[in-house]
Design a protein around this ligand. Structure first.
Ligand code: C5P
Length: 256
């Protein structure tokens, strides 16, 4: 691990296993065999969770954030952890212990936190992986698979699983009640996870504007990038509420 980065800084279509038609054909001239950096996002306030932000809850002997960092560290050359304002001491400890190469302070929105990390990632980064600290059960194989898809020519690769619930779009009537506006075709829908891998230049381009999004792939889609969907993991749940932590604890034991 290099300590060159060990400063605490403030700062169309989803087709399984196939490429979407891309308007960005000239991108593939940029090599992707250089360093892989992973951004671990942990700057969320966890307001839906309770007093302790979800990333600092324990899963087995280690915290949620420690699991996410460990799997990221094993699959990447460098790791940037993004923490909430006020967590600078925590960030320094994660760098000291080698869990991350760099700790940065995140922003108000998730996309702001990604941009804070991009600002400290070395220019020679070839592939950048973005991972939610709140998904501590993502496997090393999943990290490797998204990176491999970018090495194989995709601008971006994201894991997703089929949707098993029926999804409806809702609207509000004049009395403020929720009413169904549309029932979506479940066979065309998937639920998207992290880790998501990107050609570094494309992720930087996608974040060049100050647009917001709930995942980075949406920003790449917006600039015409090729986004590959690979099989996600049903165990790769996002810890959002207290029930999720209880389910994750059971899955963690089952996964060994
Ligand atoms: O809020 P959401 O569940 O989408 O958060 C996904 C991940 O993004 C979490 O790991 C959270 O800590 C992180 N996040 C962040 N900066 C924000 C908001 C969320 O790093 N401003």
């Amino acid at each position: 691990m290099s300590n060159d980065y060990s400063a605490l800084t403030s700062p169309s279509l989803l087709i399984h296993g196939c490429e979407m038609v891309s308007a960005m054909t000239n991108r593939n001239s940029v090599p992707t065999d250089g360093p892989v950096w992973t951004i671990v996002l942990a700057a969320g306030s966890g307001r839906r969770f309770g007093v302790t932000p979800k990333q600092y809850e324990f899963l087995g002997n280690d915290r949620v954030i420690d699991h996410s960092l460990a799997v990221s560290r094993a699959a990447a050359d460098h790791v940037v952890v993004v923490l909430a304002p006020g967590q600078e001491r925590e960030g320094a400890e994660l760098v000291e212990t080698g869990a991350a190469d760099v700790a940065v302070t995140g922003g108000t929105e998730r996309a702001d936190s990604v941009r804070a990390a991009l600002a400290v990632i070395a220019e020679d980064a070839a592939v950048i992986v973005v991972h939610d600290a709140a998904r501590p059960l993502a496997s090393g194989e999943l990290h490797q698979a998204v990176v491999a898809a970018v090495h194989a020519g995709a601008d971006a690769a994201i894991p997703a699983i089929p949707v098993t619930d029926t999804i409806k779009r809702i609207a509000h009537d004049q009395n403020g009640r929720s009413v169904v506006a549309e029932t979506l075709d479940r066979s065309t829908l998937v639920a998207v996870q992290t880790p998501q891998a990107f050609r570094a230049d494309i992720l930087r381009d996608a974040h060049a504007s100050s647009a917001g999004a709930t995942d980075d792939a949406a920003l790449v889609e917006a600039i015409g990038g090729t986004v590959i969907v690979i099989d996600g993991e049903s165990t790769n749940i996002k810890i959002t509420g207290p029930n999720d932590l209880a389910i994750a604890a059971i899955l963690f034991d089952a996964l060994g």
